[in-house]
Design a protein around this ligand. Structure first.
Ligand code: SF4
Ligand code: SF4
Length: 80
């Protein structure tokens, strides 16, 4: 399993996560060409209070933040 990292540009709030997996789908499709949450560089652990983790491959491109309509991912400094 890939190592995790903490992005400098993204703040997470698992309590707002709805588990929609839009973040994983846009990440995997953009960076691997596959529409598969398992290929994403962001992981939502639905069995562990929606814990949000990023793998070392994350480029901090910000797409997952853009596609999270629930406010669970925010740019650093703009979190509520
Ligand atoms: S910031 Fe970009 S590379 Fe990192 S998890 Fe989000 S979409 Fe994927
Ligand atoms: S972090 Fe946002 S886009 Fe990702 S599963 Fe949670 S609510 Fe959906």
């Amino acid at each position: 399993m890939a190592e995790t990292m903490v992005p400098q540009s993204i703040v997470t709030d698992p309590e707002k996560c709805a588990g929609c997996l839009s973040c994983q789908l846009i990440c995997s499709y953009t960076h691997t060409g596959r529409f598969n949450p398992l290929c994403a560089y962001i992981r939502i652990n639905l069995r562990d209070d929606y814990r949000i983790e990023f793998t070392e491959e994350c480029t901090e491109c910000g797409l997952c933040v853009e596609y999270c309509t629930y406010g669970a991912l925010q740019p650093t400094g703009e979190e509520e």
